[in-house]
Ligand binder design. Structure first.
Ligand code: SF4
Ligand code: SF4
Length: 218
C-alpha cells in the first residue's frame, strides 16, 4: 500500500557551520571521552572461571524441556518452536499421546535441539503456547563432539531436572505471562550466575542422569 502524503515527514538536512566542518569539536569530544575512560578505569572483563559473571534474569543459555505436574514432558508437539526457530535447529517427531493422557492429542516422540547451531534468540521460548521449552542460565555447557551438543528429549528434560529448583530459572508459567525480555518490568536485582557452589555443581552434573552425565553416557 502506498504511503499517504500526510504520513510523509520531510526532514531538513542540518546545516554544518564552520567549526563543525573542521571536525575539531567532534575530535575534542572524542578525546574527552577517551580521557574520561582512562581516568575512570573500570575493567569490563572478569577472571573467569575463578570469578563468575553476573547475569541478568533474562539471560538466554542452554535450553530445557519442562515437565508438567505429573512429571511428563510438557511439550504437546505443536511444532511452533521449530517453525519459529530462525536457525532451523529444532527437529520434532510427534506421536499420538497415550490414552491415559486426555489433556493433549500429541507428545514429542523425538525432540532434538542442536545447541551448536542455535543462536540463543529465545524465539522458541516465546512461541511455545504451553511454556514447555525455556532457556536457562547455564552458559558453560561443553561437549567433546557435535553429537554431544545435540540434545535429545531426555537431555533437555535432564536440564529441567537440574535447573528447576534454581531461583534464577523459574518455570515461567509460574512467573506469569511469558514475553520478550525487554517487557519484564519486575526483574529482580542481578545476582550470581548460579546459586549452586561450584564443588556441588560439578558433583551433581557428574551424576549419571544429570546433564553432563547424560552427555557422557553416549
Ligand atoms: S533460541 Fe532461537 S535459534 Fe535457538 S532453538 Fe530457540 S528459536 Fe532456535
Ligand atoms: S516445545 Fe512448545 S512450541 Fe515446541 S513443539 Fe513443544 S509445545 Fe510446541
Amino acid at each position: 500500500m502506498p504511503i499517504a502524503e500526510q504520513d510523509v515527514h520531510w526532514v531538513e538536512e542540518p546545516r554544518i557551520g564552520f567549526w563543525e566542518a573542521t571536525f575539531l569539536p567532534a575530535i575534542a569530544a572524542g578525546i574527552r571521552t577517551t580521557l574520561g575512560h582512562v581516568t575512570n578505569y573500570r575493567p569490563t572483563t572478569i577472571q573467569f572461571p575463578e570469578v563468575k559473571p553476573e547475569l541478568p534474569l533474562h539471560y538466554r543459555g542452554v535450553h530445557r524441556l519442562n515437565r508438567d505436574e505429573q512429571g511428563r514432558v510438557k511439550c504437546v508437539a505443536c511444532m511452533l518452536c521449530a517453525t519459529a526457530c530462525p536457525a532451523n535447529c529444532i527437529e520434532i517427531e510427534a506421536e499420538a499421546a497415550p490414552k491415559d493422557w486426555p489433556d493433549r492429542d500429541k507428545f514429542p516422540k523425538s525432540f532434538v535441539l542442536d545447541e551448536l547451531r542455535c543462536i540463543y534468540c529465545g524465539m522458541c521460548e516465546e512461541a511455545c503456547p504451553v511454556d514447555a521449552i525455556e532457556l536457562t542460565h547455564i552458559y558453560d555447557m561443553t561437549g567433546l563432539s557435535r553429537e554431544q551438543m545435540t540434545f535429545d528429549r531426555e537431555k533437555l528434560l535432564a536440564v529441567y531436572d537440574e535447573t528447576k529448583d534454581n531461583p534464577r530459572d523459574p518455570v515461567r508459567t509460574r512467573r506469569g505471562r511469558l514475553g520478550p525480555a525487554s517487557e519484564f518490568v519486575d526483574l529482580p536485582a542481578v545476582g550470581p550466575a548460579t546459586t549452586v557452589p561450584d564443588s556441588d555443581r560439578s558433583a551433581k552434573l557428574a551424576t549419571p542422569g544429570q546433564i553432563r552425565g547424560v552427555v557422557s553416557q553416549e
